[in-house]
Design a protein around this ligand. Structure first.
Ligand code: MF3
Ligand code: CO
Length: 247
C-alpha cells in the first residue's frame, strides 16, 4: 500500500483545506435559481485563487471542475444550464491538486426548504461517512469501514450504491485500495499509519441500483428516487483517523 510520510500528509492537509473552504463557499452560494455551470465557474475560480488546480477538469475527459448532481443524480453530474430549484438536494464533489497532492471531498446541500424525507437522507448519509471514518484506524481491516457504512444506511432503510467506491488518494486522485461502501468487516487489507483514504458513501433513498445517462458521466438512481453523497479525505495516523478536508 502507498503510505505517506508525515510531511506529505501536511501538504495533503493544505490541499484538503482548500477543498473544504471551497465547499463552505458553495454552501453560501447555493440558492434557488443558481445555474450549476455558474457554480462550477465559481468553484474553479476559488480553487485557482488558492494556488491549486481543479483536480477533475479534463480527468479522463471530464469537462468541468466540480461534479454537481441534483436529486436522483447520484454522482458525476456535469454542470451546465440547469438551475437549482427550491426543495432539491444538490451534491457537490470537489477535488484540488496542491503542490502535487490531491484533496477530494463532497457534500449534499439543501436548496431552500426540503422535505423531511430528503433531510433524513442527508443526515443519515453524513452519519454513514462519520461511521466509516471512525473505522479508519491502524490495524483495522478496510472492510470495517465498508461494513459500518452499509449498516448505518441499511438500518435506515436506504440503498448503498455498489457500482462506485471510495479510494486511496495522494499524488494521484485514485490510488489503491478501492473502498466499497458495503461488505464484511473481515475483508480487505489491514489499514496502516500513512494510508490516506477518500471515503465516500453514496446512499439512495430507494433501490441501490444506478444507471448511467447518455452523457457518459452522470449516474442516476434506477428508480428515480433521490440520492446523497458525502466524502472526506482521511489519513490513518497513530492517533486515529485524521480528516484532512476540513477548514
Ligand atoms: N470524487 C470523485 C471520485 O472520487 C469524482 C471524480 S470524477 C471526475 O472519483 F471525473 F469528475 F473527476
Ligand atoms: Co473521491
Amino acid at each position: 500500500m502507498n503510505c505517506k510520510t508525515a510531511d506529505e500528509i501536511e501538504i495533503m492537509r493544505k490541499a484538503g483545506k482548500i477543498v473544504a473552504e471551497t465547499l463552505v463557499m458553495v454552501g453560501q452560494q447555493i440558492k434557488p435559481g443558481l445555474k450549476t455551470g455558474k457554480l462550477d465557474q465559481m468553484i474553479e475560480d476559488f480553487i485557482r485563487s488558492n494556488d491549486a488546480i481543479p483536480a477533475f477538469k479534463n480527468y479522463q475527459g471530464y469537462p468541468a471542475s466540480a461534479c454537481i448532481s441534483i436529486d436522483d443524480e447520484v454522482v458525476h453530474g456535469i454542470p451546465g444550464q440547469r438551475a437549482m430549484k427550491e426543495g432539491e438536494i444538490v451534491s457537490v464533489d470537489v477535488g484540488a491538486i496542491y503542490e502535487g497532492f490531491y484533496g477530494d471531498s463532497a457534500r449534499t446541500y439543501a436548496v431552500g426548504a426540503i422535505s423531511d424525507e430528503k433531510a433524513r437522507l442527508l443526515e443519515v448519509t453524513e452519519k454513514c461517512l462519520v461511521a466509516g471514518i471512525d473505522k479508519a484506524k491502524n490495524g483495522n481491516k478496510l472492510g470495517q469501514i465498508s461494513a459500518a457504512v452499509q449498516k448505518m444506511a441499511e438500518d435506515a432503510g436506504y440503498g448503498v450504491v455498489r457500482q462506485l467506491v471510495g479510494h486511496g488518494i495522494g499524488r494521484q486522485m485514485h490510488e489503491e485500495p478501492q473502498i466499497p461502501n458495503f461488505g464484511s468487516p473481515d475483508e480487505g487489507p489491514v489499514l496502516m499509519t500513512g494510508m490516506v483514504l477518500a471515503i465516500e458513501p453514496m446512499i439512495n433513498m430507494g433501490t441501490h441500483e444506478v444507471k448511467t445517462m447518455p452523457d457518459g458521466w452522470t449516474f442516476v438512481t434506477a428508480d428515480g428516487l433521490p440520492s446523497a453523497h458525502f466524502e472526506h479525505t482521511v489519513a490513518v495516523t497513530p492517533n486515529g483517523p485524521d480528516v484532512l478536508t476540513v477548514v
